[in-house]
Write a protein that binds this ligand. Structure first.
Ligand code: GFB
Length: 316
């Protein structure tokens, strides 16, 4: 059990969807929360990271800072997805070792697994086959992050762990149609189509791929749980165990937004990996499971989207 009480905890990436959810979750704990905006601390810059860590001396770190995006962004910005993520992980993990951080949790993603993994995907599937080409740059950076945690644990005894969340969504998500993940993209498309009385909205690909979605507040709770209770070399999957086709997701989103037009499938866009369901039995065996259903989570996210005008709607 890693005792949080009174500890100085650094949430790296607190402006992102996961980091912001962690900050909300940690407000319920007796901790001293440290954050740094990207203007004050560029995590890709080794010297800046060393200076910041030496000065602030966090005792624990949630490494939620990352360059992330949906299937199109991954394909379009391979250098950014690989370089930014490698640099952030290497700098923060090495400095955490150098300045005696007691515990670190690295955020990964289930896209680290081979394209044709057994389903649900066990943690042991890592590095057993070729990756999905649309996200291999991001996946390789995240695999390197897991290996850094393992290597520092083996060589230096550092208590660094890694969690692999399934596809996430929730308040603070990116609703930009070019770079976002599918869930916010479809929510915004349904919202726009409703406002314009459009007869249809477009869904990329065939609608057949299966995905598992987790609300980011559930994930933040799981991460705090893992930070407090888990120590080990094996990375830990974080999912709900429930999967849905992209077409069914689009229908559920239409219902939440109250849009009743048609779905048009754009076959010129990639499907990506056919199925991606994490085996979260390791996390469940430790004693944690999710609380927010997809239905509730979609309603909560749409509420946030409407309340966040003009920010979330600035691209409409
Ligand atoms: O969420 P998404 O962009 O990424 O796409 P991945 C999931 C599925 O939804 C794909 C389809 O089959 C997309 O073709 N889709 C349908 C759409 N309509 C849309 C749309 O309007 N926008 C988007 N973005 N997708 C990502 C990885 O994979 O998952 C990342 O690329 C990361 O690296 C993330 O791991 C969690 O689930 O395919």
């Amino acid at each position: 059990m890693y005792e949080f009480s009174g500890q100085k905890i650094f949430v790296a990436g607190h402006r992102g969807m996961v980091g912001a959810a962690l900050v909300r979750r940690l407000e319920h704990e007796n901790v001293e929360l440290l954050t740094a905006s990207s203007g004050d601390l560029d995590l890709r810059d080794q010297a800046e990271v060393r200076r910041w860590m030496e000065k602030n001396k966090p005792q624990a770190i949630f490494l939620a800072a990352a360059k992330v995006g949906g299937i199109a962004a991954n394909d379009r910005f391979p250098a950014d997805f690989l370089y930014d993520n490698l640099m952030i992980e290497a700098n923060v993990i090495h400095a955490a070792h150098e300045f005696g951080v007691e515990k670190l949790l690295l955020l990964g993603s289930t896209c680290i697994y081979p394209k044709l993994s057994p389903q649900p995907i066990p943690e042991e599937a890592l590095l057993t086959g070729p990756l999905e080409p649309t996200n291999e740059w991001y996946a390789i950076a995240k695999i390197a992050g897991i290996k850094l945690c393992q290597a520092y644990r083996r060589q230096h005894g550092s208590d660094f762990i890694a969690a692999q969340p399934t596809n996430l969504y929730g308040p603070g998500d990116n609703f930009d149609l070019e770079t976002s993940h599918v869930l916010p993209a479809l929510m915004r498309k349904a919202h726009d189509a409703k406002r314009k009385n459009a007869p249809s909205m477009t869904v990329w690909g065939s609608g057949a791929p299966l995905r598992e979605f987790m609300h980011v507040d559930d994930l933040a709770d799981a991460l705090v749980f893992l930070m407090q209770t888990y120590s080990g070399e094996m990375h830990v999957n974080c999912g709900t165990g429930e999967e849905v086709s992209i077409q069914a997701l689009a229908e559920a989103i239409k219902a939440v937004v109250d849009y009743d037009g048609e779905l048009v499938f754009d076959a010129s866009k990639p499907d990506g990996t056919p199925r991606k369901l994490a085996d979260s039995s390791r996390l469940h065996a430790l004693g944690w499971s999710h609380a927010i259903s997809l239905q509730e989570g979609l309603a909560d996210t749409y509420r946030w989207f409407l309340e966040s005008e003009p920010d979330a709607l600035r691209f409409v």
